[in-house]
Design a binder for this molecule. Structure first.
Ligand code: C2E
Ligand code: CA
Ligand code: CA
Length: 584
């Protein structure tokens, strides 16, 4: 099912293509106003000219040559016939009727010449007239047929074949018109629940029959104006419909109308002896209050419909509210995370850490994720979402696997004692089988436990202190190193951190930033470093970007730094080159 949001681009394209097709078939174009009268006047003038010239003996001089006026009779007569033909061609029924009248009233005059005066000079005129009548009738009938064909095409382009209701094109056109004219309306997105299971259990044929029945009930409500509002019901696709409600006085009127459509679908449906009970979800948005543009109003009603469906709380109608878009965004990011997990779109970057003399200490593995279109999603967007959705352990695991595989290969090539740091969300740490998972990771990768470091964020660690402390103790027993991440963003209580068996303290970037902005004295950072040392913790300063910070950290006896000044997060290939000394 394609949401309205997506249809935006396609809808415009579809409309453009259709309009072009219809236009190219529009043989009978609308004539500009006044053309009809111009042609009539021209015709009368030419007829008078024909009459005068045909009986005139006068001669006019064209240059040196005398030319009898009667020579022009044929020219004027041909042009007057052309006027008649143009009239039929461009002026529809009025043009046709006028031309026939004009042509027919000439007959008595022409016949009078032959019968009464016994002059046969008007015989060519008689035939000419007859021929024009035939041409006029042929053009008219042909035009009419084309018009009918065009009308049929228009109907087909705007009608849903299965239900006979207007289709998505028609409904978008209406919304387009109403928004253009700033006429108030409510756009309702409807999704019928239960059609899928009918399709699956009784076949598509039955599913279609049920859809047709629902559509005809709805059509009756709309056609008979039973709801008291002016309604336009259309089928969007599958089991999705759209209702445009106009001429209401209050929100109550809108909800009343929706209720009638709801009841029509929930009333028992009997087809070929089978009873079906369906429900439907209705989401609506009011123009111009909830949104004042064509595309957004449809997205809003669609978002409301998705939400009431998702809530599954026994309610069936929801009006749009702004929060829905953030819910929608969450659903979108959720889908992206699930898709990335299933399709191996989570990968790692490795950011180097150095000691103060610029020797490589190791790498921190940082999660990266692509969506199905290949766009990168930022970790500060998908990690918190994964935490909320309970998917973070899966994300962590995918990162850990990639990072340890990279590191194992690297150790084969360098045999060095560098460290791999991996991030673990506290939600993940709290899982009962977490320690087992890490044990398996060490076994499978064959990386010495002492070269693996687990980073856990300080603030959340403190919130779940007891259980966290237990898990960390077990990890330490396995021989791993523990780093307290983002120190300075939470309670910042070093004495409290005594309760956690840890080896490394990572000072958060925000503290390091303060060094050169002057927001805090550099002495403050120096004090943290000294205290950490007293507690037997090594210190990694994060987010070091400028030389001044580096100097302060160096004079404060910091052990390691991680930051753009010496290294951004790298692809595994680049990280390997750095570790092998091929790149600086
Ligand atoms: P973090 O663990 O504090 O990671 C350090 C972040 O700071 C990284 O951002 C890194 O690119 C960035 N950084 C490092 N040096 C500098 C610098 O000099 N300047 C600036 N402006 N930024 C610097 P990134 O990669 O966007 O990661 C964001 C956060 O996402 C991480 O913060 C961590 O909390 C989380 N995360 C990343 N990977 C994982 C993972 O595998 N599992 C879990 N649970 N969380 C992860
Ligand atoms: Ca980290
Ligand atoms: Ca950090």
């Amino acid at each position: 099912m394609v949401p309205y949001m997506k249809k935006d681009g396609n809808g415009k394209e579809e409309r453009g293509v259709l309009e072009k097709t219809l236009d190219s078939l529009a043989f009978q174009r609308e004539a500009p106003k006044g053309l009809f009268f111009v042609l009539v006047i021209l015709y009368v003038a030419l007829s008078v000219a024909v009459r005068i010239t045909s009986t005139s003996q006068a001669v006019i001089m064209l240059g040196q040559n005398p030319v009898p006026l009667s020579v022009f009779t044929g020219v004027f007569s041909t042009v007057s016939n052309l006027c008649i033909i143009l009239m039929v061609f461009f002026c529809g029924k009025a043009g046709f009727v006028t031309s026939i009248i004009i042509l027919v009233i000439q007959y008595p005059m022409l016949l009078q010449g032959i019968i009464v005066h016994r002059t046969f000079a008007s015989i060519p005129g008689l035939f000419g007239n007859l021929l024009t009548i035939i041409v006029v009738i042929t053009i008219y009938l042909n035009n009419k047929k084309l018009g009918q064909y065009q009308q049929k095409l228009r109907e087909q382009a705007t009608t849903d074949l299965l239900t006979g209701l207007p289709n998505t094109f028609a409904s978008t056109e209406l919304v387009h018109e109403l928004t253009k004219q700033h006429k108030p309306f409510a756009a309702v997105s409807i999704d019928i629940d239960g059609i899928n299971s009918i399709n699956n259990t009784m076949g598509y044929d039955m599913g279609n029959k049920v859809l047709i029945e629902v559509a005809s009930r709805w059509k009756r409500i709309a056609d008979e104006g039973r709801s008291g509002t002016l309604d336009f019901i259309s089928r969007i696709n599958g089991d999705e419909f759209s209702l445009i409600i106009r001429r209401y006085h209050s929100l109550e009127d809108i909800e009343n109308t929706i209720r009638q459509y709801y009841e029509a679908v929930t009333d028992k449906i009997n087809i070929e002896g089978y009873d079906f009970s369906l429900t439907a979800s209705f989401g609506y948005a009011v123009f111009p209050f909830d949104a004042d543009e064509q595309d957004t109003i449809l997205s809003c009603s669609y978002a409301a419909m998705r939400e009431i469906k998702r809530l599954n709380n026994g309610e069936h109608t929801l009006r749009f509210n702004a929060d829905l878009f953030s819910i929608q965004n969450q659903l979108i990011i959720e889908n992206k995370i699930r898709y990335a997990l299933e399709n191996d779109l989570i990968y790692v970057n490795l950011q180097p850490q150095f000691d103060m003399s610029h020797r490589l200490r190791g790498f921190e593995a940082l999660a990266r994720m692509k969506d199905r279109d290949g766009h990168n999603i930022r970790p500060d967007e998908f990690i918190p979402a994964a935490e909320r959705l309970g998917l973070v352990s899966d994300v962590d695991l995918a990162v850990h696997k990639k990072a340890t595989a990279f590191f194992r290969e690297l150790l084969k090539k360098t045999a060095s004692d560098i460290t791999l740091s991996i991030n673990v969300s506290v939600k993940h740490l709290m899982k009962s089988d977490f320690v087992e998972e890490i044990r398996a990771l060490i076994q499978e990768s064959g990386i010495p436990a002492k070269q693996l470091e687990i980073e856990i964020t300080e603030s959340v660690l403190i919130e779940s202190a007891e259980k966290a402390a237990r898990s960390l103790t077990e990890l330490k027993a396995l021989g791993l190193r523990i780093a307290i991440d983002d120190f300075g963003t939470g309670y910042s209580s070093l004495s409290y951190l005594k309760n956690f068996p840890s080896d490394v303290l990572k000072i958060d970037k925000s503290f390091i930033d303060d060094i050169n902005t002057g927001a805090a004295s550099p002495k403050y950072v120096e004090a943290i470093i000294s205290l950490a040392h007293v507690m037997d913790l090594e210190v990694v300063a994060e987010g070091v970007e400028v030389a001044e910070q580096l100097e302060t950290l160096r004079s404060g006896n910091c052990d390691y730094i991680q930051g753009y000044i010496w290294g951004q997060p790298l692809s595994p290939e680049d990280a390997e080159e750095l570790a092998l000394g091929i790149r600086k």
